[in-house]
Design a protein around this ligand. Sequence first.
Ligand SMILES: [Ca+2]
Length: 438
Amino acid sequence: MMKARINRSIKRLGSAIGFAASPWAIALLILASCSQPQNSPNASTNPQNTSSPPATDSSSAQNTSPATDSSSNAPIEPTGDVPAASGYEQTTVVEGLERPWSMAWLPDGAMLITERPGRLRIVRNGTLDPTAIAGVPEVLAVNQGGLMDVSVHPNFAQNRFIYLTYSHGSEEANHTRVARATFDGKALSNVQVIFEVPQLKSRGQHFGSRIIWLPDGTMLVAIGDGGNPPVELEGDLIRKQAQNLNSRLGKIVRLNDDGSIPKDNPLASDANADSAIWSYGHRNIQGLAFDPTSQRVWATEHGSRGGDELNQPQAGKNYGWPVVTYSQEYTGGEISNERSRPGMEDPKVVWTPATAPSGLAFYTGDRFGQWRGDLFAGGLVSQDIRRIDLDESGNVVGQDAIEIGQRVRDVRQGPDGLLYVLTDEQNGRLIRLEPTGG
Ligand SMILES: [Ca+2]
């Protein structure tokens, strides 16, 4: 096999130049030395992919930020196991959470946790309050839908606002909503729907959703594309809405904290676009994080079969779905034979086979000094957390795996500088990661 031959030659090269040929390094070098991506059997029929690897497509590199250069901007597609991370230990803080989805901390250190069936829970001093918080809006809890993200307003101490994302409606007609509520420590009140996808869709797939806050006080909210074939909308596959600038499906939107739309959004002056849109061409983002130093936004999104992506979304840009993708139909066959196209942004990492990424943290703490400035991406299918090693320019330079052994729905940095994990199980857990001996 060509891969084995390359592996051997890389190992020889590795010993010649004195580095350990880890699976990660091998995957990188395979990608750099192959003329077509692994797991893309039809790529050779695509003229855009025969002359150069998609990793170094020069036309799309022109569309990326000047902070990154084209040679190191390659999507990285490890084809085997990534190495195991070390230097940490796991502690189960709370058990008995039903399909927990998201977590957020209040200024007093208490922790809010959503459960997908529609409950909001609170953990104080490491103990789960047995009584759920009252006042959560009714959700459509079906398949991937239900109560999803929870986010605390940056000025919660003054205004006591929290935000929830959830699916609403019926199995035949549903959509993603964002609600804002006041939390007094016991119950929600003044619950207001501040944003929704106006188009109603069927079935229980691809609602998104995550919220992050930007330094200017606006929020980004990720909304899924609405679902897989055969789900249709407006006479075509619903997934095509990700490229429809009049639709909020398959987008990251930017909102003011009351749900109104900022006047300086990238498409605000375009009469033919929904001015809430911040970036588009996304399939289903369930991990969204912000690096406060570089001000970069990071997002993980689910592909179909394989082709999960890490992207570094920027205002007004198109991330390609479903026109360009590394993923395949669940039923087999290509969704598109294009992996890259001018005017569309390449992913920074492609995961095939799928990790099913959910939850994303950008680590800024002191407790894991070696991990500062890295991303931590949970995986439902991989049942691990991928630590994505970034250099200061935001280039991906490596990846390793923190084994959890259960579906990982969310990963966050706590106010104590430790990492917290939620497992997507019927008896879901909140896990804390601490440095070994720390
Ligand atoms: Ca993409």
